[in-house]
Design a protein around this ligand. Structure first.
Ligand SMILES: Nc1ncnc2c1ncn2[C@@H]1O[C@H](COP(=O)(O)OP(=O)(O)O)[C@@H](O)[C@H]1O
Ligand SMILES: [Mg+2]
Length: 445
Protein backbone atom coordinates (compact mmCIF):
# COMPACT_ATOMS: atom_id res chain seq x y z
CA UNK A 1 0.00 0.00 0.00
CA UNK A 2 1.26 3.46 -0.92
CA UNK A 3 0.56 6.03 1.75
CA UNK A 4 -0.27 8.61 -0.95
CA UNK A 5 -3.27 6.44 -1.89
CA UNK A 6 -4.27 5.32 1.59
CA UNK A 7 -6.63 6.96 4.07
CA UNK A 8 -4.64 7.65 7.21
CA UNK A 9 -5.94 10.82 8.87
CA UNK A 10 -3.29 11.21 11.61
CA UNK A 11 -3.77 14.00 14.14
CA UNK A 12 -0.90 16.15 15.39
CA UNK A 13 -2.75 17.39 18.44
CA UNK A 14 -3.78 15.17 21.31
CA UNK A 15 -7.59 15.10 21.41
CA UNK A 16 -8.77 16.63 24.67
CA UNK A 17 -11.46 14.01 25.35
CA UNK A 18 -9.04 11.07 25.45
CA UNK A 19 -7.93 10.25 28.98
CA UNK A 20 -5.85 7.15 28.43
CA UNK A 21 -2.97 6.44 26.11
CA UNK A 22 -4.67 3.80 23.94
CA UNK A 23 -7.61 6.10 23.24
CA UNK A 24 -5.27 8.99 22.42
CA UNK A 25 -3.15 6.92 20.06
CA UNK A 26 -6.12 5.29 18.34
CA UNK A 27 -7.54 8.73 17.57
CA UNK A 28 -4.18 10.26 16.64
CA UNK A 29 -3.21 7.31 14.42
CA UNK A 30 -6.46 7.65 12.50
CA UNK A 31 -7.74 4.22 13.57
CA UNK A 32 -11.17 5.19 14.86
CA UNK A 33 -13.51 8.15 14.86
CA UNK A 34 -16.28 8.61 17.35
CA UNK A 35 -19.71 8.61 15.70
CA UNK A 36 -21.62 9.23 18.93
CA UNK A 37 -20.98 8.47 22.60
CA UNK A 38 -19.38 5.02 22.86
CA UNK A 39 -19.96 4.29 19.16
CA UNK A 40 -17.09 4.38 16.67
CA UNK A 41 -16.33 4.17 13.00
CA UNK A 42 -13.39 1.91 12.28
CA UNK A 43 -11.14 3.76 9.87
CA UNK A 44 -8.91 1.69 7.57
CA UNK A 45 -5.95 1.30 9.94
CA UNK A 46 -8.11 0.38 12.94
CA UNK A 47 -10.22 -1.94 10.82
CA UNK A 48 -7.10 -3.78 9.69
CA UNK A 49 -6.05 -4.52 13.28
CA UNK A 50 -9.60 -5.51 14.19
CA UNK A 51 -9.55 -8.06 11.34
CA UNK A 52 -6.15 -9.42 12.43
CA UNK A 53 -7.41 -9.97 15.96
CA UNK A 54 -10.58 -11.55 14.63
CA UNK A 55 -8.58 -13.94 12.44
CA UNK A 56 -6.42 -15.10 15.32
CA UNK A 57 -9.58 -15.83 17.29
CA UNK A 58 -11.10 -17.79 14.39
CA UNK A 59 -7.92 -19.82 13.96
CA UNK A 60 -7.69 -20.70 17.63
CA UNK A 61 -11.39 -21.52 17.85
CA UNK A 62 -11.01 -23.86 14.88
CA UNK A 63 -8.06 -25.52 16.58
CA UNK A 64 -10.23 -26.19 19.63
CA UNK A 65 -12.99 -27.67 17.45
CA UNK A 66 -15.51 -24.86 17.86
CA UNK A 67 -17.89 -24.02 15.03
CA UNK A 68 -18.32 -20.47 13.66
CA UNK A 69 -21.75 -19.05 12.88
CA UNK A 70 -23.50 -15.68 12.91
CA UNK A 71 -26.63 -14.47 14.68
CA UNK A 72 -28.47 -11.17 14.16
CA UNK A 73 -27.79 -8.03 16.20
CA UNK A 74 -31.49 -7.18 16.46
CA UNK A 75 -33.55 -9.79 18.30
CA UNK A 76 -37.11 -10.20 19.40
CA UNK A 77 -37.82 -9.62 23.10
CA UNK A 78 -39.90 -12.82 23.28
CA UNK A 79 -36.97 -15.18 23.85
CA UNK A 80 -35.61 -12.89 26.51
CA UNK A 81 -38.95 -12.99 28.29
CA UNK A 82 -38.71 -16.78 28.34
CA UNK A 83 -35.39 -16.72 30.16
CA UNK A 84 -36.52 -13.92 32.44
CA UNK A 85 -33.71 -11.63 31.36
CA UNK A 86 -35.83 -9.09 29.45
CA UNK A 87 -36.69 -7.42 32.74
CA UNK A 88 -33.58 -8.49 34.63
CA UNK A 89 -31.09 -6.93 32.21
CA UNK A 90 -32.11 -3.39 33.06
CA UNK A 91 -31.16 -0.13 31.38
CA UNK A 92 -28.06 -1.53 29.68
CA UNK A 93 -30.25 -3.25 27.13
CA UNK A 94 -31.14 -1.07 24.15
CA UNK A 95 -34.82 -1.68 23.56
CA UNK A 96 -36.37 -0.96 20.19
CA UNK A 97 -39.96 -0.98 18.99
CA UNK A 98 -40.59 -1.84 15.36
CA UNK A 99 -43.40 -0.41 13.18
CA UNK A 100 -45.79 -3.16 14.32
CA UNK A 101 -45.19 -2.22 17.95
CA UNK A 102 -43.20 -5.37 18.57
CA UNK A 103 -40.53 -5.27 21.25
CA UNK A 104 -37.08 -5.81 19.82
CA UNK A 105 -33.62 -5.29 21.26
CA UNK A 106 -30.02 -4.86 20.17
CA UNK A 107 -28.30 -7.96 21.49
CA UNK A 108 -25.94 -7.50 24.46
CA UNK A 109 -25.13 -11.26 24.37
CA UNK A 110 -26.83 -14.27 22.78
CA UNK A 111 -27.54 -17.11 25.23
CA UNK A 112 -31.27 -17.02 24.47
CA UNK A 113 -31.02 -17.05 20.69
CA UNK A 114 -28.44 -19.83 20.56
CA UNK A 115 -30.51 -21.88 23.02
CA UNK A 116 -33.53 -21.42 20.78
CA UNK A 117 -31.54 -22.62 17.76
CA UNK A 118 -30.31 -25.57 19.75
CA UNK A 119 -33.71 -26.70 21.06
CA UNK A 120 -35.24 -26.50 17.58
CA UNK A 121 -32.60 -28.76 16.06
CA UNK A 122 -30.97 -31.05 18.59
CA UNK A 123 -32.83 -33.75 20.46
CA UNK A 124 -30.37 -36.54 21.21
CA UNK A 125 -27.25 -36.92 23.33
CA UNK A 126 -25.64 -38.36 20.20
CA UNK A 127 -25.34 -34.85 18.75
CA UNK A 128 -23.33 -33.66 21.75
CA UNK A 129 -20.88 -32.19 22.57
CA UNK A 130 -21.46 -29.05 20.54
CA UNK A 131 -19.78 -25.65 20.73
CA UNK A 132 -20.70 -22.82 18.39
CA UNK A 133 -19.52 -19.24 18.43
CA UNK A 134 -19.82 -15.97 16.57
CA UNK A 135 -17.91 -12.73 16.30
CA UNK A 136 -20.59 -10.08 16.15
CA UNK A 137 -21.40 -6.54 17.25
CA UNK A 138 -23.03 -6.13 20.62
CA UNK A 139 -24.71 -3.18 22.24
CA UNK A 140 -24.82 -2.30 25.91
CA UNK A 141 -26.11 1.09 26.83
CA UNK A 142 -23.28 1.72 29.29
CA UNK A 143 -24.03 4.56 31.65
CA UNK A 144 -20.51 5.94 31.24
CA UNK A 145 -18.92 4.87 27.97
CA UNK A 146 -15.28 5.88 28.15
CA UNK A 147 -11.70 5.21 27.18
CA UNK A 148 -12.60 4.82 23.51
CA UNK A 149 -13.05 1.19 22.48
CA UNK A 150 -12.36 -0.04 26.02
CA UNK A 151 -15.83 0.68 27.26
CA UNK A 152 -17.96 1.36 24.26
CA UNK A 153 -21.70 1.06 23.85
CA UNK A 154 -21.40 -0.73 20.52
CA UNK A 155 -18.52 -3.20 20.66
CA UNK A 156 -17.29 -6.26 18.83
CA UNK A 157 -17.33 -9.52 20.76
CA UNK A 158 -16.58 -13.15 20.23
CA UNK A 159 -19.26 -15.12 22.05
CA UNK A 160 -19.27 -18.89 22.17
CA UNK A 161 -21.71 -21.38 23.67
CA UNK A 162 -21.20 -25.01 24.59
CA UNK A 163 -23.90 -27.68 24.92
CA UNK A 164 -23.08 -30.87 26.81
CA UNK A 165 -24.90 -33.83 28.26
CA UNK A 166 -23.35 -33.74 31.71
CA UNK A 167 -21.74 -31.28 34.06
CA UNK A 168 -18.48 -33.15 33.64
CA UNK A 169 -18.55 -32.71 29.86
CA UNK A 170 -19.44 -29.04 30.21
CA UNK A 171 -16.51 -28.51 32.57
CA UNK A 172 -14.25 -30.03 29.95
CA UNK A 173 -15.63 -27.47 27.50
CA UNK A 174 -14.86 -24.79 30.08
CA UNK A 175 -11.27 -25.99 30.42
CA UNK A 176 -10.90 -26.25 26.65
CA UNK A 177 -11.93 -22.62 26.33
CA UNK A 178 -9.47 -21.60 28.98
CA UNK A 179 -6.64 -23.27 27.08
CA UNK A 180 -7.66 -21.83 23.73
CA UNK A 181 -7.98 -18.34 25.21
CA UNK A 182 -4.47 -18.54 26.69
CA UNK A 183 -3.15 -19.37 23.22
CA UNK A 184 -5.27 -16.67 21.59
CA UNK A 185 -4.02 -13.84 23.80
CA UNK A 186 -0.40 -14.94 23.61
CA UNK A 187 -0.55 -14.83 19.82
CA UNK A 188 -1.57 -11.18 20.15
CA UNK A 189 1.52 -10.50 22.25
CA UNK A 190 -0.51 -10.28 25.45
CA UNK A 191 -0.32 -11.90 28.83
CA UNK A 192 -3.93 -12.30 29.98
CA UNK A 193 -4.22 -13.85 33.43
CA UNK A 194 -7.26 -15.99 34.27
CA UNK A 195 -8.75 -14.74 37.53
CA UNK A 196 -11.66 -15.99 39.63
CA UNK A 197 -14.54 -13.66 38.93
CA UNK A 198 -18.15 -12.89 39.61
CA UNK A 199 -20.80 -14.06 37.18
CA UNK A 200 -22.99 -10.93 36.89
CA UNK A 201 -26.08 -11.04 34.66
CA UNK A 202 -24.99 -14.23 32.83
CA UNK A 203 -25.42 -16.27 36.01
CA UNK A 204 -23.68 -19.46 37.09
CA UNK A 205 -21.01 -20.54 39.52
CA UNK A 206 -17.82 -21.23 37.60
CA UNK A 207 -16.26 -18.27 35.91
CA UNK A 208 -12.87 -16.80 35.15
CA UNK A 209 -12.04 -13.44 33.68
CA UNK A 210 -8.88 -12.89 31.65
CA UNK A 211 -7.06 -9.76 32.68
CA UNK A 212 -4.24 -7.84 31.08
CA UNK A 213 -2.28 -5.94 33.70
CA UNK A 214 -2.28 -2.20 32.98
CA UNK A 215 -2.37 0.91 35.16
CA UNK A 216 -5.41 2.18 33.30
CA UNK A 217 -7.40 -1.01 33.82
CA UNK A 218 -10.86 -0.64 35.31
CA UNK A 219 -10.61 -3.64 37.63
CA UNK A 220 -8.56 -3.88 40.78
CA UNK A 221 -6.75 -7.21 40.87
CA UNK A 222 -4.90 -9.22 43.50
CA UNK A 223 -2.48 -11.97 42.56
CA UNK A 224 0.50 -14.10 43.40
CA UNK A 225 3.42 -12.73 41.35
CA UNK A 226 4.40 -16.29 40.37
CA UNK A 227 1.48 -16.31 37.98
CA UNK A 228 3.12 -13.77 35.68
CA UNK A 229 5.92 -16.27 35.02
CA UNK A 230 3.53 -18.76 33.41
CA UNK A 231 3.49 -19.00 29.66
CA UNK A 232 1.48 -21.35 27.50
CA UNK A 233 3.85 -21.00 24.56
CA UNK A 234 3.53 -23.29 21.56
CA UNK A 235 3.21 -26.54 23.49
CA UNK A 236 1.09 -29.20 21.82
CA UNK A 237 -2.30 -29.87 23.32
CA UNK A 238 -5.02 -32.34 22.48
CA UNK A 239 -8.23 -30.39 23.01
CA UNK A 240 -10.20 -33.63 23.31
CA UNK A 241 -8.08 -34.78 26.21
CA UNK A 242 -9.89 -34.14 29.48
CA UNK A 243 -6.67 -34.71 31.44
CA UNK A 244 -4.54 -32.36 29.37
CA UNK A 245 -7.04 -29.48 29.48
CA UNK A 246 -7.64 -30.02 33.19
CA UNK A 247 -3.88 -29.92 33.82
CA UNK A 248 -3.57 -26.56 32.06
CA UNK A 249 -6.49 -25.17 34.06
CA UNK A 250 -4.82 -26.30 37.27
CA UNK A 251 -1.47 -24.89 36.25
CA UNK A 252 -2.91 -21.47 35.41
CA UNK A 253 -5.49 -21.14 38.17
CA UNK A 254 -3.95 -22.73 41.25
CA UNK A 255 -2.17 -19.55 42.33
CA UNK A 256 -4.09 -16.70 43.87
CA UNK A 257 -5.49 -14.35 41.21
CA UNK A 258 -8.79 -12.56 41.74
CA UNK A 259 -10.59 -9.37 40.87
CA UNK A 260 -11.97 -7.07 43.56
CA UNK A 261 -15.37 -8.76 43.20
CA UNK A 262 -14.13 -12.09 44.54
CA UNK A 263 -11.05 -10.96 46.45
CA UNK A 264 -10.67 -12.64 49.85
CA UNK A 265 -8.13 -10.95 52.09
CA UNK A 266 -7.75 -13.99 54.36
CA UNK A 267 -6.90 -16.33 51.49
CA UNK A 268 -4.67 -13.71 49.84
CA UNK A 269 -2.67 -13.35 53.06
CA UNK A 270 -1.63 -16.99 52.79
CA UNK A 271 0.49 -16.04 49.77
CA UNK A 272 4.04 -15.17 50.89
CA UNK A 273 4.14 -11.42 51.37
CA UNK A 274 6.91 -10.81 48.83
CA UNK A 275 4.75 -12.34 46.11
CA UNK A 276 1.49 -10.51 46.92
CA UNK A 277 0.60 -7.99 44.25
CA UNK A 278 -2.21 -5.47 43.97
CA UNK A 279 -2.59 -3.91 40.55
CA UNK A 280 -5.08 -2.92 37.90
CA UNK A 281 -6.24 -4.97 34.96
CA UNK A 282 -8.24 -4.80 31.74
CA UNK A 283 -10.80 -7.56 31.30
CA UNK A 284 -10.33 -8.94 27.79
CA UNK A 285 -12.44 -12.08 28.14
CA UNK A 286 -14.53 -14.23 30.38
CA UNK A 287 -15.62 -17.87 30.48
CA UNK A 288 -18.67 -19.23 32.28
CA UNK A 289 -20.16 -22.55 33.21
CA UNK A 290 -23.78 -22.00 34.20
CA UNK A 291 -25.22 -25.49 34.00
CA UNK A 292 -28.90 -25.75 33.12
CA UNK A 293 -29.94 -22.16 33.84
CA UNK A 294 -31.03 -21.42 30.24
CA UNK A 295 -31.77 -24.94 29.09
CA UNK A 296 -34.27 -25.43 31.92
CA UNK A 297 -35.91 -22.04 31.49
CA UNK A 298 -36.21 -22.54 27.73
CA UNK A 299 -36.76 -26.28 27.49
CA UNK A 300 -33.50 -27.19 25.74
CA UNK A 301 -33.45 -30.91 26.49
CA UNK A 302 -32.04 -34.00 24.82
CA UNK A 303 -32.79 -37.66 25.33
CA UNK A 304 -30.00 -39.46 27.18
CA UNK A 305 -28.85 -43.07 26.68
CA UNK A 306 -31.84 -44.38 28.64
CA UNK A 307 -34.35 -42.28 26.74
CA UNK A 308 -34.91 -39.73 29.54
CA UNK A 309 -35.32 -36.07 28.57
CA UNK A 310 -32.60 -34.06 30.34
CA UNK A 311 -31.72 -30.37 30.15
CA UNK A 312 -28.31 -29.75 28.58
CA UNK A 313 -25.40 -28.28 30.51
CA UNK A 314 -24.16 -25.04 29.04
CA UNK A 315 -21.50 -22.39 29.30
CA UNK A 316 -20.68 -19.23 27.45
CA UNK A 317 -17.37 -17.67 26.61
CA UNK A 318 -16.57 -14.15 25.50
CA UNK A 319 -13.64 -12.21 24.13
CA UNK A 320 -13.75 -8.42 23.86
CA UNK A 321 -12.48 -8.16 20.29
CA UNK A 322 -12.68 -4.37 19.91
CA UNK A 323 -11.50 -3.79 23.48
CA UNK A 324 -8.39 -5.84 22.69
CA UNK A 325 -7.03 -3.07 20.46
CA UNK A 326 -7.02 -0.76 23.45
CA UNK A 327 -5.58 -3.42 25.74
CA UNK A 328 -2.74 -4.22 23.34
CA UNK A 329 -1.86 -0.54 23.02
CA UNK A 330 -1.96 -0.05 26.79
CA UNK A 331 0.48 -2.96 27.09
CA UNK A 332 2.72 -1.95 24.19
CA UNK A 333 3.56 1.68 23.45
CA UNK A 334 6.07 4.43 24.21
CA UNK A 335 5.90 8.21 24.22
CA UNK A 336 6.07 8.34 20.42
CA UNK A 337 3.20 6.01 19.72
CA UNK A 338 1.97 2.45 19.42
CA UNK A 339 4.30 -0.57 19.16
CA UNK A 340 2.29 -3.37 17.52
CA UNK A 341 3.24 -6.97 18.26
CA UNK A 342 3.99 -8.74 14.95
CA UNK A 343 0.89 -10.93 15.32
CA UNK A 344 -1.59 -8.07 14.99
CA UNK A 345 0.27 -5.27 13.23
CA UNK A 346 -1.82 -3.52 10.54
CA UNK A 347 1.10 -3.57 8.09
CA UNK A 348 4.07 -5.89 8.43
CA UNK A 349 6.62 -3.21 7.70
CA UNK A 350 6.90 0.46 6.79
CA UNK A 351 9.03 1.76 3.94
CA UNK A 352 10.19 5.36 4.25
CA UNK A 353 11.47 7.11 1.17
CA UNK A 354 13.72 9.90 2.43
CA UNK A 355 13.70 11.67 -0.91
CA UNK A 356 10.56 11.09 -2.91
CA UNK A 357 11.21 12.27 -6.46
CA UNK A 358 14.82 11.08 -6.49
CA UNK A 359 14.87 8.53 -9.31
CA UNK A 360 17.15 6.09 -7.54
CA UNK A 361 15.36 6.26 -4.17
CA UNK A 362 11.97 5.89 -5.86
CA UNK A 363 13.15 2.86 -7.83
CA UNK A 364 14.68 1.20 -4.77
CA UNK A 365 11.49 1.74 -2.74
CA UNK A 366 9.31 0.39 -5.54
CA UNK A 367 11.48 -2.69 -5.70
CA UNK A 368 11.39 -3.34 -1.96
CA UNK A 369 7.63 -2.72 -1.90
CA UNK A 370 7.08 -5.19 -4.75
CA UNK A 371 9.41 -7.80 -3.24
CA UNK A 372 7.56 -7.75 0.10
CA UNK A 373 4.19 -8.05 -1.63
CA UNK A 374 5.49 -10.95 -3.72
CA UNK A 375 6.29 -12.72 -0.43
CA UNK A 376 2.67 -12.32 0.65
CA UNK A 377 3.51 -9.50 3.06
CA UNK A 378 1.67 -6.25 3.45
CA UNK A 379 3.99 -3.21 3.60
CA UNK A 380 3.04 0.46 3.95
CA UNK A 381 5.21 2.60 1.69
CA UNK A 382 5.43 6.29 2.57
CA UNK A 383 5.86 7.77 -0.90
CA UNK A 384 4.54 11.20 0.07
CA UNK A 385 6.43 14.48 -0.15
CA UNK A 386 6.51 15.01 3.61
CA UNK A 387 9.79 15.82 5.36
CA UNK A 388 11.75 12.85 6.65
CA UNK A 389 11.06 13.87 10.27
CA UNK A 390 7.31 13.90 9.70
CA UNK A 391 7.44 10.51 7.98
CA UNK A 392 9.31 8.99 10.93
CA UNK A 393 6.85 10.54 13.38
CA UNK A 394 3.92 8.99 11.52
CA UNK A 395 5.56 5.56 11.35
CA UNK A 396 6.36 5.71 15.07
CA UNK A 397 2.83 6.80 15.91
CA UNK A 398 1.10 4.05 13.93
CA UNK A 399 3.53 1.56 15.44
CA UNK A 400 4.62 -0.76 12.62
CA UNK A 401 7.18 -3.07 14.23
CA UNK A 402 9.72 -2.73 11.37
CA UNK A 403 10.77 0.12 9.14
CA UNK A 404 13.00 0.14 6.08
CA UNK A 405 14.44 3.59 5.41
CA UNK A 406 15.68 4.34 1.91
CA UNK A 407 17.67 7.41 0.88
CA UNK A 408 20.12 8.48 -1.84
CA UNK A 409 23.06 8.57 0.55
CA UNK A 410 22.66 4.97 1.71
CA UNK A 411 21.93 3.75 -1.78
CA UNK A 412 25.30 5.12 -2.95
CA UNK A 413 26.84 2.55 -0.60
CA UNK A 414 24.30 -0.08 -1.63
CA UNK A 415 22.44 -0.08 1.70
CA UNK A 416 19.13 0.77 3.33
CA UNK A 417 18.35 0.94 7.03
CA UNK A 418 16.23 -1.59 8.91
CA UNK A 419 14.87 -0.35 12.25
CA UNK A 420 13.02 -2.12 15.03
CA UNK A 421 10.22 0.02 16.44
CA UNK A 422 10.45 -1.76 19.78
CA UNK A 423 14.18 -1.43 20.47
CA UNK A 424 14.96 1.51 18.21
CA UNK A 425 17.98 -0.41 16.93
CA UNK A 426 18.95 0.04 13.29
CA UNK A 427 21.21 -1.80 10.95
CA UNK A 428 22.43 -0.99 7.48
CA UNK A 429 22.16 -3.72 4.90
CA UNK A 430 21.54 -4.22 1.18
CA UNK A 431 17.85 -3.88 0.16
CA UNK A 432 17.56 -7.61 -0.64
CA UNK A 433 18.92 -8.52 2.78
CA UNK A 434 16.43 -6.19 4.48
CA UNK A 435 13.58 -7.87 2.61
CA UNK A 436 14.95 -11.31 3.52
CA UNK A 437 15.11 -10.35 7.18
CA UNK A 438 11.48 -9.16 7.21
CA UNK A 439 10.48 -12.39 5.48
CA UNK A 440 12.29 -14.38 8.15
CA UNK A 441 10.65 -12.44 11.00
CA UNK A 442 7.20 -13.21 9.62
CA UNK A 443 8.03 -16.81 8.74
CA UNK A 444 7.52 -16.46 4.98
CA UNK A 445 11.14 -16.87 3.92
N1 LIG B 1 -18.82 -2.00 26.97
C1 LIG B 1 -17.86 -2.77 26.47
N2 LIG B 1 -16.98 -2.27 25.57
C2 LIG B 1 -16.01 -3.04 25.05
N3 LIG B 1 -15.83 -4.33 25.39
C3 LIG B 1 -16.66 -4.88 26.28
C4 LIG B 1 -17.71 -4.13 26.87
N4 LIG B 1 -18.40 -4.95 27.72
C5 LIG B 1 -17.78 -6.14 27.67
N5 LIG B 1 -16.74 -6.11 26.81
C6 LIG B 1 -15.83 -7.21 26.49
O1 LIG B 1 -16.55 -8.39 26.17
C7 LIG B 1 -16.10 -9.46 26.99
C8 LIG B 1 -17.22 -10.40 27.34
O2 LIG B 1 -18.28 -9.70 27.92
P1 LIG B 1 -18.89 -10.02 29.36
O3 LIG B 1 -17.95 -10.80 30.20
O4 LIG B 1 -20.25 -10.51 29.15
O5 LIG B 1 -18.88 -8.50 29.85
P2 LIG B 1 -18.97 -7.89 31.32
O6 LIG B 1 -17.98 -8.62 32.16
O7 LIG B 1 -18.61 -6.44 31.11
O8 LIG B 1 -20.39 -8.10 31.72
C9 LIG B 1 -15.54 -8.79 28.22
O9 LIG B 1 -14.56 -9.60 28.80
C10 LIG B 1 -14.93 -7.53 27.65
O10 LIG B 1 -13.63 -7.78 27.17
MG1 LIG C 1 -17.07 -10.14 31.91
Amino acid sequence: MRLSRYFLPVLKETPAEAQIVSHRYMLRAGMIKQASAGIYSWLPLGYKVLRKIENIIHEEQARAGHIPMLMPTIQSADLWRESGRYDAYGAEMLRITDRHDRDMLYTPTAEELITDIFRANVSSYRDLPLTMYQIQWKFRDEIRPRFGVMRGREFYMKDGYNFDLTKEDALHAYNRHLVSYLRTYERMGLQAIPMRADSGPIGGDDTHEFLVLAETGESEVFYDSEITELKFGDRAIDYDSVEQCQAVLEEFTSRYARTDETHDEAVFNQVPEARRRTARGIEVGQIFYFGTKYSEAMGATVSDKDGNQVPVHMGSHGIGVSRLLGAIIEASHDDRGIIWPEGVTPFHCGIVNLKTGDAEADAACDKIHAALIALGLDPLYDDTNERAGAKFATMDLIGLPWRITVGPRGLKNGVVELTSRRTGESEELPPEAAVAKIAEIYGVA
